[in-house]
Design a protein around this ligand. Structure first.
Ligand code: HEC
Length: 248
């Protein structure tokens, strides 16, 4: 599949910003291609800029690269090839090591459920209800077996390991080259409605859809515990395991 549309992102401008930052000795800019649904041309342009060294690969979130590979475009496959090792998800070995490390962290002491609630509201609450508060992208966690730490850890570290029935990730590629991914909200002969990870619903006319698939990947992001300190991980889990709502 190829596309002739001009890239929607001002690649030249981004490259100039990177060059200026680099000259000033700053680190890479924050990830930028997260908003919206990049099309083939945009994806190719961004990946080519990385290939030339004009944009730092580290500035491109792995989710964005993953989205680009959904196009099954030869040029994209070639540009991505090997540069982003995590595109297919965390490796089993990495995950095992992280599971063991965090099991140790959690066994080494308790946490503060009040601080944990704040972390939950930042990291998880936009997608999950717990004790009647939170967003409705993923399943309600109140009834999940939350005292089963290994299962909680597995679900958080590797969301795609077991995907809850009814929460599969659907991907639609539109005739004008957009990739939309999300959970299935409505599927009828006229429209397909998906809800993306931000909780936004996107309605697509059937006629405008060129290709659709269900992919074996969770909509839930990986690596959510990575930015947390050990104490914060213990706080978050203290909250996740509470039997009763925590009122602050
Ligand atoms: C972008 C939305 C999103 C965010 C943010 C998110 N999740 Fe999820 N989560 C999902 C979706 C969608 C599923 C269902 C698909 C699956 O099983 O992976 C899920 C599944 C789960 C499950 C398995 C539930 C079940 O019933 O099988 C657990 C446990 C979980 N999430 C915990 C968390 C925790 C803890 C956080 C915060 C650190 C979090 N999630 C952040 C979307 C999200």
């Amino acid at each position: 599949m190829t596309s002739t549309t001009a890239p929607a992102l001002p690649i030249a401008k981004l490259e100039a910003m990177f060059a200026a930052n680099r000259a000033a000795g700053k680190k890479a800019l924050a990830p930028f291609v997260t908003a919206g649904d990049p099309d083939v041309a945009t994806s190719v342009a961004v990946l080519e800029a990385v290939d030339r060294g004009a944009i730092d690969a580290a500035a491109i979130p792995v989710e964005t690269v993953r989205k680009a590979t959904i196009f099954r475009d030869d040029r994209i496959a070639e540009l991505v090839g090997g540069r982003w090792k995590d595109v297919d998800g965390v490796s089993t070995a990495d995950m095992q090591a992280e599971m063991e490390r965090l099991t140790g962290v959690l066994a080494s002491g308790g946490g503060d459920p009040y601080a944990g609630k704040r972390l939950y509201m930042q990291a998880c609450g936009k997608c999950h209800v717990l004790h009647a508060v939170g967003g409705q992208v993923g399943p309600d966690l109140t009834t999940f077996k939350r005292d089963d730490v290994p299962r909680l850890l597995l679900n958080i570290l590797n969301p795609s390991a077991e995907i809850r029935e009814g929460f599969e990730t659907h991907v639609a590629v539109t005739a004008d080259g957009r990739v939309v991914q999300g959970l299935l909200v409505e599927d009828d002969p006229q429209v397909l409605v998906l809800r993306d990870g931000a909780g936004q619903t996107v309605a697509l006319e059937r006629d405008a859809i060129e290709e659709r698939r269900v992919i074996p990947r969770s909509l839930m992001p990986e690596g959510q515990l990575a930015p947390l300190s050990d104490a914060q991980v213990r706080d978050l889990f203290a909250y996740l395991r509470t039997a009763q709502p925590v009122v602050d």
